[in-house]
Design a protein around this ligand. Structure first.
Ligand SMILES: Cc1cc2nc3c(=O)[nH]c(=O)nc-3n(C[C@H](O)[C@H](O)[C@H](O)COP(=O)(O)O)c2cc1C
Length: 207
């Protein structure tokens, strides 16, 4: 049986982090939905604060240190992606944007993505629609119709309950359905892969 890999990227800065908490709950719900559809699932959690220095170094030098390269490969090679950011100044955080700025524009092409965010006030929930959704649209991902925002008031006793719980379940169902329907990922794109078919050239073809 194919194992479906789900990358879970969270960009929270606090410890403990409500962004990580939301990412974990989205990941668990997505795994449960996929298992319900008969899939085996591997979750790869990526906490961006652990790679913050490497991300800046990569932006400045154009090269990824090994640990960050592995994480980038996990994200671009996954069958599905869960991406969660804290809202800073009514948009995604700089760390979140910087990480996705490292990807080639087509590295997430066609990839199912569930977007989520945490914030102090529910009034900024539309940042998901005016900031995150356009960014993943630019990267040509397939973003689930339901995006999940959790404000401070949504966490009662440190867990998602009520309205937030039902948003998580609905979004996870949508992501699981997209992943379930797609062919298994063939892994991260190789930037050095040959673009020319030499056998065809030898037979007199053009490329
Ligand atoms: C610099 C800064 C700007 C923020 N701007 C907003 C904002 O515009 N809207 C909002 O709802 N919350 C805002 N917040 C609150 C954070 O989104 C909130 O604390 C977040 O859930 C923290 O996530 P974490 O616990 O994973 O670090 C801001 C926090 C910081 C530090």
């Amino acid at each position: 049986m194919t194992v479906r890999a789900i990358a879970v990227v969270s960009a929270g800065l606090s410890q403990p982090s409500s962004t990580r908490l939301l990412a974990d709950q989205l990941a668990t719900a997505t795994r449960d939905e996929l298992v319900g559809r008969g899939e085996q699932v591997e979750l790869h959690h990526v906490e961006l604060r652990e790679y913050a220095h490497d991300i800046v170094n990569h932006l400045l030098t154009g090269f990824a240190p090994d640990a960050l390269r592995q994480v980038l490969d996990q994200v671009t090679g996954a069958d599905g992606l869960i991406a969660v950011t804290p809202i800073f100044n009514a948009s995604y955080s700089g760390l979140f944007k910087s990480f996705f700025d490292l990807l080639d524009a087509d590295a997430l092409g066609g990839r199912p993505v569930l977007i989520g965010a945490t914030g102090g006030t529910a009034r900024h929930s539309l940042a998901l629609e005016h900031a995150l959704r356009p960014m993943f649209a630019y990267l040509r991902s397939v973003v689930t119709p339901t995006a999940v925002f959790a404000a401070s008031e949504d966490w009662s006793g440190g867990t998602a309950e009520g309205a937030l719980r039902s948003r998580i379940t609905r979004a996870a169902g949508e992501l699981a359905e997209q992943v379930h329907r797609a062919a298994p990922s063939s892994g991260p794109a190789d930037p050095f892969a040959l673009g020319t078919d030499f056998e065809r050239l030898l037979r007199g073809g053009n490329s």
